[in-house]
Ligand binder design. Structure first.
Ligand code: NDP
Length: 451
């Protein structure tokens, strides 16, 4: 074995690369191993390619609105292969940047699967080489979960959808979470007839109820069929010509079936049992607030710990770990009031407590809500409205939650998130002069509570 590294990172996604780079900048000797592509889920088959596809899909709405704004749009035709290949080019570029940033920081890169061999060594699987390390960071992310139904192998997940050879005429998507909703909206706009199957009574469980209703109605208006209280029991046929059977006795035909039924921590087969790293029943590595596992010199960050499965959280957890352990600057990632977006169309942006969560936590709340037609929908007489909602604590006047559904909701909520983090009051929102004409001005002009 070689001289031990100060840190060996397993997994070069958002959390792992940030931790490796920062640890190296603090003077540590760092190595990192990745068995797929540098950048991880977010860059390769998650946030980044997804957003590119969302942007593409929304151009369809722009083409439809364009004539009312004076533009003659002759003919439009969507070319999936061209988009897919352009997306591939971009993520390859980003992957290169990730690698270069690590190399420039002095990190040693391995393109291999690393498995923990002992508390202070990992084995590189293809070569069988053992590498010594004083500390190990597990940042192996998550993996799509597919319910064990007959024919699950005929279905795709978010891992495969980005690289389909061609788009199907019809697609069934199961799951009413982030991924199911985002892909339903984008595929429909790309010309695919989408049926979204969800087991509950309303999609996007955990989000504010007004957002859930608003986006459900908009999705239905866009032509997406949403089937509630329904679960897929089996799939048969072959990709391109599949039959989906549901627990209500119905059957559906589709070219592709996508299961967007959640993600599970990617903790299997990396040697955790061998050294006694404790996991919960879902395989999530148990960690303390500062990302320590149950084993002295092993840490874990990101989706593999199943705290809050969002890229910026993994990045912060990785950064905090590196600053704390190698930079003598201890801090922990705060998992409260994290802004989030669902890149559905219309988009959702949300930060803080939903109305239901606030009430559950015992707050006596005032609700401010506005539904209005954003300017982009006026000339083209598009009836779709935008929703803005504030959840305010009556006792302190503090704004507990901001919830938006409509164009640029994510962009607006990123800024509103600062106010929430600063514990701003409704009076301070009201004291902020409106920026006119904008959609976001509604956030500072709502005066009368609706509840
Ligand atoms: P989610 O947990 O958001 O949603 C999973 C969906 O599948 C839920 O509707 C759930 O139903 C349903 N489901 C779970 N198990 C089953 C089952 N056995 N049979 C039928 N339905 C089932 O997971 P996603 O896969 O959509 O996304 C994973 C995570 O990735 C997200 O939680 C998020 O943290 C992250 N992500 C973030 C994005 C963003 O920031 N924009 C985009 C994409 C992903 P129920 O509600 O009843 O549990």
């Amino acid at each position: 074995m070689t001289e031990p590294y100060d840190l060996f990172v397993i997994g070069a996604g958002s959390g792992g690369t940030r931790a490796a780079r920062i640890a190296a900048s603090h003077g540590a000797r760092v190595a990192i191993a990745e068995d797929f592509r540098y950048g991880g889920t977010c860059v390769i088959r998650g946030c980044v390619p997804k957003k590119l596809l969302v942007l593409s899909s929304r151009l369809r709405d722009e083409f439809e609105r364009a004539p009312a704004y004076g533009w003659h749009v002759e003919e439009t035709r969507f070319d999936w292969a061209r988009l897919r290949d352009a997306k591939e080019q971009e993520i390859t570029r980003l992957e290169g940047i990730y690698r270069r940033n690590l190399e420039n920081a002095g990190v040693v890169l391995f393109n291999d699967r690393a498995v923990i061999d002992s508390v202070d060594s990992v084995m590189l699987q293809s070569s069988g080489d053992l590498v010594a390390a004083r500390r190990i960071l597990i940042a192996t992310g998550g993996w799509p979960y597919k319910p064990p139904i007959p024919g699950a192998d005929l279905t795709i997940s978010s891992n495969e959808i980005f690289d389909l050879a061609e788009l199907p005429g019809a697609m069934v998507i199961e799951g009413g979470g982030y991924i199911g909703v985002e892909f339903a909206c984008m595929m429909q706009r790309m010309g695919v007839s989408v049926t979204l199957i969800y087991r509950g009574n309303k999609i996007l469980r955990g989000f504010d109820d007004d957002l859930r209703d608003h986006v459900s109605e908009a999705m239905a208006a866009a032509g997406i069929t949403i089937r509630l209280h329904c679960q897929i029991t089996s799939v048969e046929g072959r990709p391109g010509d599949l039959t989906v059977h549901c627990d209500d006795g119905s059957s559906l035909r589709a070219g592709q079936v996508m299961l967007a039924t959640g993600r599970i921590p990617n903790s299997r087969g990396i040697g955790l049992e061998k050294v006694g790293v404790e996991c919960d029943y879902r395989g999530a590595i148990k960690v303390s607030a500062d990302s320590r596992t149950s084993v002295e010199n092993i840490w874990a960050v990101g989706d593999v710990t199943d705290r809050l499965a969002l890229t910026p959280i993994a990045i912060r957890e990785g950064h905090a770990f590196a600053d704390t352990v190698f930079g003598n600057k201890p801090w922990v990632c705060d998992h409260h009031d994290v802004p989030a977006a669902v890149f559905a169309t219309p988009e959702i942006g949300t930060v803080g407590l939903s109305e239901a969560q606030a009430r559950e936590q015992g707050y006596d709340v005032l609700i401010f809500r506005s539904r209005f037609r954003p300017m982009t929908n006026v000339l083209c007489e598009e009836p779709e409205r935008m929703l803005m909602k504030l959840v305010v604590d009556k006792a302190t006047d503090r704004v507990l939650g901001v919830h938006i559904c409509g164009p640029d909701a994510g962009e607006i909520v990123q800024m509103a998130g600062i106010a929430i983090k600063m514990k701003a009051t409704k009076a301070q929102f009201d004291d902020t002069v409106a920026l006119h004409p904008s959609a976001a001005e509604e956030l500072v002009t709502m005066r009368e509570p609706v509840a």
